[in-house]
Design a protein around this ligand. Structure first.
Ligand code: ZN
Ligand code: ZN
Length: 346
């Protein structure tokens, strides 16, 4: 099997998903969030669905009584309508969009999913216990660069380890965590030695830092700032203002593209051979496994897009066996994998 046929195979798997909504119109991918009191999240969800479905919007949107977190792809022809509608809603007025740095070769989303949640980002914090609106001041891309160069400043990556693995700011503190909830719990302790330094936080699009900066201030850190618009906006500012890019590698994103190229260097290593430099994420072809892994071209070709030979063998079993195996796999095998991550969530 050649690399092309594996990629074609993966496309055909992707194709299966897109059969649900075949829509090949040129699209714009973007994300936005707004912390705002939403009195009736279910009603608001229905309102979004009624307004956005007819426009052909696809994406993943979370609504909670604390606000909205949206990652969305919009047909270019309906952009004006979408924008006008958004900016005339009292809850969304003035919201700032984070446009994708690059559109991928695959669609970013295959359906429109709007969910009502307890919180727009699972942070595990009791919001009553601290002042959530006491957030840190924003940093521009230029100011962020000054922090990266400054030995008296600490730059902290507020994302998970599978995100920081393929890209991060030079010299950033990168806690080894798989959830934002864990990161928030560990952060005050990890930063204790830097209590008197200037602290700069960053994440993908800025939403996690809003909560994290208020949380750190509550924990006694006085000089906490965060990168406005996250890595996505940083990449745009670097390009538009022609300033030095201090972000190495790729920005991991939570849609089918999986990442956006920001810096040109490859900083991660293939999970399969653990030797070759690589930073392309794949989902294991075996649907039961669906592990997210980084693979080099040679390994992906050799293992035909599976994360292990075992996954490949299982995939050839009749469906009834696979169903039974799924139970066993989830219970015994998945737990032991070093790079377990099946359903990616912020
Ligand atoms: Zn490899
Ligand atoms: Zn697998």
């Amino acid at each position: 099997m050649t690399m092309q046929s594996i990629q074609k195979d993966m496309r055909s798997r992707t194709q299966k998903k897109s059969d649900v909504a075949v829509d090949a119109r040129p699209r714009t991918t973007l994300s936005f969030y707004q912390y705002v009191q939403i009195a009736d999240p279910i009603g608001f969800k229905n309102k979004l669905s009624l307004a956005w479905s007819p426009l052909g919007c696809l994406g993943r949107i979370y609504v909670a009584d604390e606000g909205i977190n949206a990652q969305i792809s919009i047909p270019v022809e309906h952009w004006e309508q979408f924008d006008t509608w958004v900016q005339t809603q009292p809850e969304l007025q003035g919201v700032s969009y984070k446009f994708a740095v690059t559109e991928g070769t695959v669609p970013s989303f295959f359906k429109l999913m709007i969910k009502v949640k307890d919180k727009i980002v699972a942070d595990g914090l009791d919001d009553e216990s601290f002042i959530v609106t006491n957030t840190g001041d924003y940093l521009t891309a230029r100011e962020m660069n000054e922090y990266v160069h400054d030995s008296e400043a600490v730059v902290v990556d507020m994302r998970n380890n599978y995100e920081t693995e393929v890209g991060h700011f030079a010299g950033a503190l990168r806690p080894d965590v798989v959830t934002f909830r864990d990161e928030l719990q560990k952060m005050p302790e990890l930063l204790r030695v830097h209590k008197n330094k200037k602290i700069a936080l960053y994440c993908t699009g800025g939403i996690r830092c809003e909560k994290a900066s208020a949380w750190l201030k509550h924990n006694g850190f006085s000089d906490v700032r965060h990168l406005e618009g996250g890595i996505i906006d940083y990449a745009h500012q670097v390009r538009e203002q022609n300033i030095e890019n201090m972000f190495l590698g790729k920005n991991f994103v939570f849609d089918e593209r999986l990442s956006e190229q920001v810096g040109s260097e490859v900083i991660a290593t293939c999970h399969l051979c653990k030797k070759t430099k690589a930073d392309t994420h794949y989902h294991c072809q075996n649907q039961i496994c669906n592990n997210l892994f980084i693979g080099c071209d040679a390994c992906v070709e050799r293992k035909k897009g599976y994360c292990a030979f075992a996954c490949q063998s299982v995939d050839f079993l009749p469906p009834a066996y696979k169903k039974r195996l799924a139970k066993y796999f989830n219970f015994y095998v998945r737990k032991r994998r070093p790079f377990v991550k099946t359903r990616i969530r912020v």
